[in-house]
Design a protein. Structure first.
Length: 317
């Protein structure tokens, strides 16, 4: 078994693990023989009670209580906050799948001015009309323009009023590497909303590394020239991975730091390549196997087994 296999298959296999708590979990490896099924409520209670926890520590759903900021996350957050404060028009954040981009977005939202209006687009399979509908809904604009020209006039009037009041208006496009050419062209159009001295709208594009290649292409050179700030979130280091695991366990109520052995953490880092989402899923499944075997400490054997099980997830689900 290739020790790097899980992370190498991250983009295909791991995204099929959508829920941190499936309706039931099937382990075909417990003692090498029997299938063990845990129903959700009973599984959760047994899981937390067995390890002395108050809540599940490795859910992949963003939770402010569990936020862990590495040096790379801190740097990216600081640059975004600076860009917003200085009214930079177009900013780009990139990072691998599962590195914590969405977590950083939510952290960013909690630190901007309270009177800032922010629209976040998570659905990238939209046309320009839908884009403006999302923005109008998030900004509380009640008018329903008849066409694109009128839409632009209504939006510009709204943005000018907010600028006059000294308030910031932001739109964040997540998973921007999946945006259509039509939406990229709308982004260029929106960057033209300005007065003689200031831009009216601040735009943040967040996406996987492919976004950099898209923006560097000749087709989108006009958009690239308008980027004011770029930052990239890096995967966790080994030291950060260890701190991340211990942080989440502590936040979940653990009163000991040896739930995962040093050797287990070393393998988790190697298999996950420091990607938080993968770390969460490996640790979550490993603790379930540990529960089934009544093992209070997760060792490297359990991590190897977890990695093998997760690599067997079908890629077409």
């Amino acid at each position: 078994m290739n020790s790097m296999g899980l992370a190498d298959n991250t983009q295909k296999n791991f995204m099929s693990v959508r829920s941190p708590r499936p309706e039931c979990l099937t382990s075909t490896r417990a003692h090498g023989t029997t299938d063990i099924l845990f129903q959700v409520s009973r599984e959760t209670r047994l899981y937390t009670d067995f390890y002395g926890l108050k809540k599940l520590p490795f859910s992949i759903t963003p939770d402010p209580e569990f936020v862990f900021m590495s040096s790379s996350h801190h740097e990216a957050l600081a640059q975004m906050l600076y860009g917003i404060q200085e009214r930079k028009c177009l900013m780009v954040v990139t990072g691998e799948v599962g590195v914590g981009k969405t977590t950083m977005i939510y952290t960013l939202l909690s630190q901007v001015e309270e009177d800032a209006k922010i629209s976040i687009l998570f659905d990238t399979h939209v046309d320009s009309i839908s884009l403006y509908r999302y923005m109008f809904a998030d900004y509380g604009i009640e008018e329903k323009p008849a066409d694109r020209a009128e839409t632009a006039l209504v939006l510009r009037k709204y943005l000018e009023k907010r600028l006059d009041e000294g308030k910031k208006t932001i739109v964040i496009l997540d998973e921007a590497h999946n945006l259509t050419e039509e939406i990229f062209n709308e982004v260029v159009f929106l960057t033209n909303f300005e007065t003689r001295t200031s831009k009216l709208l601040q735009i943040i594009l967040v996406g996987q590394p492919e976004l950099k290649h898209i923006l560097n292409s000749h087709k989108f050179r006009q958009l690239k020239q308008r980027i004011n700030l770029r930052t990239e979130i890096q995967a966790l280091s080994y030291k950060d991975t260890k701190s991340y695991i211990n942080h989440r366990l502590t936040q979940a109520g653990a009163d000991r730091q040896d739930i995962f052995s040093e050797e287990a953490i070393d393998l988790i880092y190697r298999y996950s390549k420091g990607l938080p989402r993968l770390i969460n899923t490996i640790c979550d499944n490993a603790m379930l196997i540990g529960l089934s075997r009544k093992k209070k400490t997760i060792d490297e054997e359990i991590i190897r087994e977890t990695n093998e099980d997760l690599m067997e997830i079908p890629t077409d689900e």
